[in-house]
Design a protein around this ligand. Structure first.
Ligand SMILES: [Zn+2]
Ligand SMILES: [Zn+2]
Length: 199
């Protein structure tokens, strides 16, 4: 098996360049990626295996940049789904075999090899490169229910929201009393507010 594509130092350099610097999140994210990819049998994520891998990221922070740089998965290709749970965790799915693992960084209080000061300061980021996987991560086998509308490819369906009139791709609409609604119109939970409703 060719695992040169997942050489830690090489991957770390690429993640660092993509992120614009080295930090704890980049080191952890790079290690998570290598561990996760190997665990689901993916050795060449940017080459031969590029159509066989989907990654679920659970934070919008540094770790996710390392996941992107190391796995080659990204949102625009629909191969990376970002769930903003604020967790240093990710799930790696082999689309060919269905095998999936979720990896989460262990609670730092339980990480007796590091004190809090080391954990918080970026100059010590490389300490994360030296701790064994089992002390740093919890890895569990999981199953992910991926629907056709979640996979790469053209949108399977485009509909129009009956309230705002905007297009909705990929079956993200909601049906209520026979009407099609987009999620924000259905539950009122918008992340933005209109500054000038007259516009
Ligand atoms: Zn960072
Ligand atoms: Zn709408």
């Amino acid at each position: 098996m060719d695992t040169d594509n997942l050489d830690f130092e090489t991957c770390l350099e690429k993640a660092k360049a993509f992120h614009g610097g080295l930090c704890a999140g980049i080191t952890l994210g790079t290690r998570m990626s290598i561990l996760g990819l190997k665990a689901v049998g993916i050795n060449d994520p940017k080459g031969q295996d590029r159509k066989n891998i989907i990654v679920f990221a659970e934070t919008d922070r540094c770790v996710t940049d390392a996941l992107l740089a190391t796995t080659g998965c990204h949102p625009g290709k629909r191969t990376m789904k970002i769930f903003d749970y604020g967790k240093m965790a990710a799930t790696f799915v082999n689309l060919k075999t269905g095998k999936a693992v979720r990896i989460v960084v262990k609670d730092k209080d339980r990480n007796k090899q590091l004190n809090n000061e080391q954990l918080e300061k970026p100059p010590h980021a490389n300490v994360y490169a030296m701790i064994p996987d089992e002390d740093l991560f919890n890895i569990t086998q999981v199953s992910v229910d991926l629907k056709p509308e979640d996979l790469p490819g053209k949108p399977l369906q485009i509909v129009i929201c009956s309230v705002c009139g905007e297009r909705i791709m990929d079956k993200r609409e909601v049906y209520r009393n026979g009407s099609i609604l987009c999620k924000p119109c259905a539950d009122g939970g918008r992340y933005y507010t209109l500054v000038d409703p007259g516009q």
